[in-house]
Write a protein of this length. Structure first.
Ligand SMILES: Nc1ncnc2c1ncn2[C@@H]1O[C@H](COP(=O)(O)OP(=O)(O)OP(=O)(O)O)[C@@H](O)[C@H]1O
Ligand SMILES: N[C@@H](Cc1ccc(O)cc1)C(=O)O
Length: 454
């Protein structure tokens, strides 16, 4: 389906605080295209705008890094602006070279189509959950319109000869060569395929298509998308009659990249992604991810992943730094972010499980209650009674046999409610089970897994 309208609440003229300023104050913005004053004055005048952001179907699920540009869309959406969330059914076939040192692995068609429908479902859930979360703090919020799009909808009908004849002369090779995504790869040993070289043209045309046919005037992406976004702005400016351009943009905005404490981008390629699909990363594991945020990152993440006001964040941080070991800021961040991502109530459920699993064993509920609670927070995993401890460790933490052995030798594995430190493989785990079925496995102090042995 090319375009799917999710919510239509009628045309309204509305006034809300300039969203670009809100986002800048929260430290989410990296670059804004020029002329920025033209965008700001439209927003200051309370004009409704329509903006879009895309993600390619290169994995089963979006991850926390992808949510940064989507948080920009969400911030606009909940304040009444219209947003288009695009899945790159067409662009996903080429592979975006932006920010990459090597070509992406080929994704089979069946997998790609499956990824498209999963990501569309995640996008629609993200905006629904995000709106509920915003409304929990601003009950009278009236959102804009959410549209889900797939660029295969228009690309499947474009013929190469027509495209080159109609648009080829507006696309300048010098500009294409000068983009970071291209120039960085030209000198590499592997080189750059024509598919990756032309990727920017497809994304530029997408922006033009959405601008011309659907009134989209702003494109948003992570900072690695700056080249593709400005390619779209150039394309629209060259192809469109200047008289039709004047007050309509086009504009581009990028977000700072979400990085690890060592500065590495969070994402699939770096292998450190936390996925938003609850069947891949449960509410509990998303909660744990945010709970483990360092003191130096917590303010930044509170501003990005919550709708707490800057005043509330300031007060929370003041309270936190009075006794940092209580991790009040991290606990609030984790609960709020899980509510935002997985839906209202899931944050408290994950908090409850976390408090019980990480407190002392006397407060641990018995088997059935523990099982139900863990199931609700998506924590419970299954393992076979025939598995040895090393098999179990490999499955729950997705690590190799030698890594599991290394963890045991490093004294970092603890079993059962009493947290017995185990240093060698065990074939029989029955003496560590709660109610003869539930096994709690801890990796050091920070990671805890709950398994049902069947
Ligand atoms: N860590 C991150 N921080 C901010 N934005 C990100 C991050 N990771 C991805 N994005 C943004 O999410 C959008 C979709 O990204 P996409 O799924 O195509 O690639 P990706 O997740 O970056 O892939 P990979 O990790 O394999 O490079 C883009 O706008 C991209 O810039
Ligand atoms: N190039 C973007 C995804 C995208 C695809 C098509 C677009 O029109 C916009 C964005 C990325 O890889 O992150």
């Amino acid at each position: 389906m090319q375009f799917q309208l999710i919510r239509r609440l009628g045309q309204r003229q509305f006034v809300t605080k300039n969203v670009v300023n809100v986002l800048r104050d929260r430290g989410i913005l990296s670059q804004v295209s020029q002329p920025e004053p033209a965008l700001l004055s439209r927003l200051n005048a309370g004009e409704k705008i329509k903006l879009y952001c895309g993600a390619d179907p290169t994995a089963k699920s979006l991850h926390l890094g992808n949510l940064l540009p989507l948080m920009i869309l969400l911030n606009f959406y909940v304040r009444g602006h219209d947003v288009v969330a695009l899945v790159g059914g067409a662009t996903g076939r080429l592979g975006d070279p932006s920010g990459r040192k090597t070509e992406r692995n080929f994704v089979a068609e069946e997998t790609r189509l499956d990824n498209v429908s999963r990501i569309q479902a995640q996008l629609s859930r993200f905006f629904a959950n995000g709106l509920d979360y915003y409304r929990s703090k601003n009950a009278d919020a009236i959102p804009g319109e959410l549209t889900l799009a797939n660029n295969l909808g228009w690309w499947k009908d474009v013929k190469m000869l027509d495209f080159l004849a109609d648009y080829g002369r507006f696309i300048k090779i010098q500009s294409m060569l000068s983009r970071d995504s291209v120039s960085a790869r030209l000198g590499s040993q592997q080189g750059l395929g024509f598919n990756e070289f032309t990727y920017q043209v497809l994304q530029a045309y997408d922006f033009y298509h959405l601008y011309k046919n659907h009134g989209v005037t702003l494109q948003v992406g992570g900072s690695d998308q700056w080249g593709n976004i400005t390619a779209g702005i150039d394309f629209i400016n060259r192809v469109t009659d200047p008289n039709c351009l004047q007050h309509a943009g086009p504009f581009g905005i990028t977000t700072n990249l979400l990085t690890t404490s060592t500065g590495e981008k969070f994402g699939k390629s770096a292998g450190n992604a936390v996925f938003i699909d609850p069947t891949i990363n449960s509410s509990f594991s998303v909660y744990q991810f945010f709970l483990n945020t360092t003191d130096s990152d917590v303010e930044k993440l509170l501003k990005i992943f919550t709708f707490l006001s800057l005043q509330e964040i300031g007060a929370l941080l003041a309270q936190h730094f009075e006794s940092p070991h209580k991790r009040v800021a991290q606990r609030t961040l984790a609960k709020e972010a899980v509510n935002l991502i997985h839906g209202m109530g899931t944050g408290s459920a994950a908090e409850h499980v976390s408090e019980i699993l990480f407190s002392d064993s006397s407060t641990l509920p018995q088997g059935r209650e523990l099982k139900t609670m863990c199931e609700r927070a998506g924590v419970l995993q299954n393992c076979s009674r025939n598995d040895s401890l090393i098999d179990v460790l490999m499955k729950v933490a997705d690590i190799t046999r030698s890594e599991a052995r290394r963890r045991l030798q490093q004294n970092s594995i603890y079993l059962g409610p009493n947290r017995k430190n185990i240093t060698t493989d065990l074939d029989d785990l029955s003496s560590y089970l709660i109610d003869d079925s539930i096994l709690i496995v801890r990796f050091g102090k920070q990671k805890c897994f709950v398994l049902e042995m069947t």
